[in-house]
Design a protein around this ligand. Structure first.
Ligand code: PGA
Length: 250
């Protein structure tokens, strides 16, 4: 492997990557809180960030890291799923993180899967991010389509929070969790690429050999709406946290 770019960090395993990022986030929260304001974190769902959330919970329990002055904005939610659905990202985030730390309920933002009016809801989500002062750190995973959030191939770099049709590959990857493809929603609400790229700092986690080829496209391929993660090449402070299998094609 040639020397990877300086914004690519390769760890022996996912736990090591997540320990490193969790400690960075704890430092960021403390620094921003000491300036007298809430730290604003953009959060992600999926299998990838689970060890990160476990480490953040450990830091909260054992090392006094507090989420009292943390405001969060999640990337996306499946359209058609209410909060109480077992596969909603609302449920995921509460089970994996929020129920185990001292975050205030009013500081949690996740797009609604069943809004009265989609356009109004999406505009309101963008406004809430602006009202919070913008996102200090945006956490991302990457789908096999190259999506960040649910920005499937074809998503422009200036896209905003909106409803999107899920790519067949994304729905296939979600099928086991839903007990079959037919149960997987066809659409989602997602922050846009433009929304994500406005975050002051971005960290993308990718683990496992199944992500190796799309990770290579995102880091070394052309910057293109066909691979929305490739837009991170243009961001001044975006870092990839990879395990060795995910970095194998670099
Ligand atoms: P995963 O999903 O973490 O479950 O692999 C990543 C994504 O689709 O963004």
């Amino acid at each position: 492997m040639a020397q990877p770019p300086s914004n690519v960090r390769i760890f022996p395993d996912r736990e090591a990557a997540c320990r490193s990022l969790a400690s960075e986030l704890a430092g960021l929260i403390r620094t921003i809180n000491s300036e007298g304001r809430n730290a604003v974190l953009g959060l992600a769902t999926g299998n990838t960030p689970i060890p990160l959330y476990q480490e953040l919970i450990r830091l909260h329990r054992e090392e006094d890291v507090s989420f009292e002055r943390v405001t969060t904005f999640n990337l996306d939610e499946y359209l058609g799923l209410g909060r109480d659905h077992p596969e909603s990202y609302w449920t995921f985030m509460h089970r994996q993180l929020f129920d185990h730390v001292d975050i205030r309920a009013e500081n949690i933002h996740i797009p609604s899967g069943d809004p009265d009016d989609i356009a109004t809801h999406c505009a309101g989500y963008e406004q809430a991010i602006r009202d919070a002062g913008g996102i200090d750190f945006q956490l991302l995973g990457i789908g096999r389509t190259g999506h960040i959030g649910f920005n499937e191939p074809g998503s422009p770099s200036d896209s905003r929070t909106r409803c999107i049709e899920l790519d067949p590959v994304t729905r296939q990857d979600a099928a086991p969790a839903f007990g079959g493809l037919d149960a997987v929603p066809t659409h989602a609400i997602t922050m846009g690429c433009g929304t994500i790229l406005e975050a002051r700092r971005i960290g993308l986690l990718a683990f496992g050999e199944k992500k190796a080829s799309i990770v290579r496209e995102a880091i070394e391929g052309p910057v293109t709406p066909q691979v929305s993660a490739s837009f991170l090449q243009k961001h001044p402070d975006a870092t990839f946290y990879l395990d060795r299998p995910a970095a194998a094609d670099l």
